[in-house]
Design a protein around this ligand. Structure first.
Ligand code: 4AD
Ligand code: MG
Length: 468
């Protein structure tokens, strides 16, 4: 009995004039009373396969059912195609419709081939249907390829994948942008003697939240396994109504014992370059589609990143450049204030015209765990800035000295009693170490050329959005 073959395999096949079975969703059907052309996609590739049906062999009734969005099984002969742009096609002997799709109500009726019809904005309102479009098929396949490439890179370089908790009692970034996790009732929660909500009666016996970063637990693992990484969902309840922020996003966080800031930059640069190279090598069809459809510079930009070194400079040097820039900024630049995305993009897109790594930021604008520089004013932080994106990576060498770390925590009002386990890494066999976090969706934005982060994750979470 004949087994199905994927569209990807059929299109690459050189073994012609044989009987095949294919299954997928109809993108379009056109033709006349003699011949019908049905293009079918099964998700295995951006390309559709053309099914040719002798209209006289099929009843009008059965052809009518084959509408955009319907699912079909086609048995027929794989033959060389006369049509341009395709090497093979299938001459249908039998077409079975598994599930009809009413053209009057199918939300993607106008978007059979992605050439026209619905904007990305409109598609966001029907996010549950987006994977059926060419654009989201391409984005999701690239997203998959990048996850795979991340694991492959680390595995090949001797890193261990550690699973850090999603529910945690600590705030890794000390920024307070957390989603509370609780089993206590909203109405009449138990109160303690002081009249406050009594978290001792909560599931974990204390307030907990969804993790904002796996770094602190990653550091514990690095102090034992040497080279580790986490790759998981992270959650931030910041007002993330921008094209670069999500409330739920995925972060890749390597952490390496005995690495300093220089090693950390070298790792970040090599890592990013090899991921982009992987995309160019393994996602060529999807990238070509996105390049042609949305952004004619996409492929050039990706190649540029693989072929050129990043520019490295300190925050202080960057501030000097920004102060003498001819461009007018909305936010003033002053040593000590955080850079806005307009400043980051000026450096990357206008001044250096290449990816930039900024280091040694003022300690006041960075997290408590970063290693203090000798000047006592700056820390060994690094942000990697990318064209069109701004910050794609944030990382640092960590403060390994217990006394200095504890002082920073007091200065920044980070409760030591919540992080006693973290401080144990500095009490017992402390060592220099460094790591960073790559925002996975920001990487996907860069690689796909999409401009809104809500278009590179299947189910975006942002304020007032949890429909699914
Ligand atoms: O710079 P961030 O906040 O650094 C950390 O969380 C560190 N603990 C990482 C580490 O050193 N292990 O976040 C890291 C990256 C950012 O550079 C950005 O790419 C991404 O995570 N990111 C977000 N992506 C989407 N939506 C958001 N709301 C994001 N916030 C940060
Ligand atoms: Mg950051």
């Amino acid at each position: 009995d004949l087994r199905k073959t994927s569209v990807q395999e059929l299109l690459r096949s050189t073994d012609l004039d044989r009987e095949v079975l294919l299954k997928g969703w109809v993108r379009t059907r056109r033709g006349n009373k003699y011949v019908q052309f049905i293009s079918v996609n099964d998700g295995s590739t951006i390309h559709n396969i053309q099914v040719v049906a002798d209209a006289e062999k099929f009843s009008d009734e059965s052809l009518k059912e084959i509408t955009t969005g319907s699912s079909v099984a086609v048995r027929g002969k794989l033959v060389a195609s006369q049509g341009k742009g395709q090497a093979v096609e299938v001459q249908a002997a039998e077409i079975e419709v598994y599930g009809a799709s009413d053209p009057e109500t199918y939300p993607l009726q106008k978007r059979g081939s992605d050439q026209k019809g619905i904007s990305l904005e409109e598609l966001r309102k029907i996010a549950h249907m987006r994977p059926r479009t060419n654009t989201f098929g391409a984005v999701l396949r690239i997203r998959h390829a990048m996850s795979f490439a991340i694991h492959q890179y680390f595995n090949a370089n001797g890193y261990f994948y550690v699973h850090t908790p999603i529910i945690t009692g600590s705030d890794a970034e000390g920024a307070g942008q957390m989603f509370r996790v609780t089993t206590l009732p909203d109405v009449n929660p138990p109160l303690n003697d002081a009249g406050h909500v009594d978290y001792k009666q909560d599931f974990f016996g204390k307030p907990t939240n969804l993790t904002v970063s796996g770094q602190l637990e990653g550091e514990l693992a690095a102090m034992a396994l040497g080279k580790v990484y986490t790759f998981g969902p992270t959650f931030r309840a910041e007002n993330s109504n921008t094209a670069r922020h999500l409330a739920e996003f995925w972060m890749v966080e390597p952490e390496v014992a005995f690495n300093d800031l220089q090693d950390n930059m070298d790792l970040a640069e090599d890592f990013l370059r090899s991921l982009v190279r992987y995309a160019l090598e393994h996602c060529a069809d999807d990238l070509q589609f996105l390049n042609d459809q949305y952004d004619k510079e996409l492929l050039n930009r990706l190649k540029f990143v693989t072929d050129n070194e990043f520019q490295r400079l300190t925050y202080t040097e960057a501030v000097e450049i920004l102060k003498t820039a001819r461009q007018k900024f909305e936010f003033p630049v002053d040593w000590g204030t955080d850079l806005q995305s307009e400043h980051e993009r000026y450096l990357v897109e206008k001044h250096f015209k290449k990816p930039v790594i900024l280091t040694n930021y003022p300690k006041e604008i960075k997290a408590f765990y970063m290693k203090l520089d000798d000047d006592g004013r700056t820390v060994r932080a690094m942000d990697v800035l990318f064209p069109g994106i701004g910050e794609i990576i944030g990382g640092s060498q960590r403060e390994e000295d217990l006394q200095k770390l504890s002082t920073r925590m007091q200065e920044m009002h980070v409760p030591e009693e919540d992080l006693w386990w973290y401080l144990d890494t500095r009490r017992f066999g402390t060592a220099p170490h460094a790591g960073f976090g790559l925002g996975f969706e920001r990487l996907i934005l860069f690689v796909t050329g999409m401009t809104n982060i809500r278009d590179v994750i299947p189910f975006p979470r942002f304020p007032k959005s949890a429909e699914f």
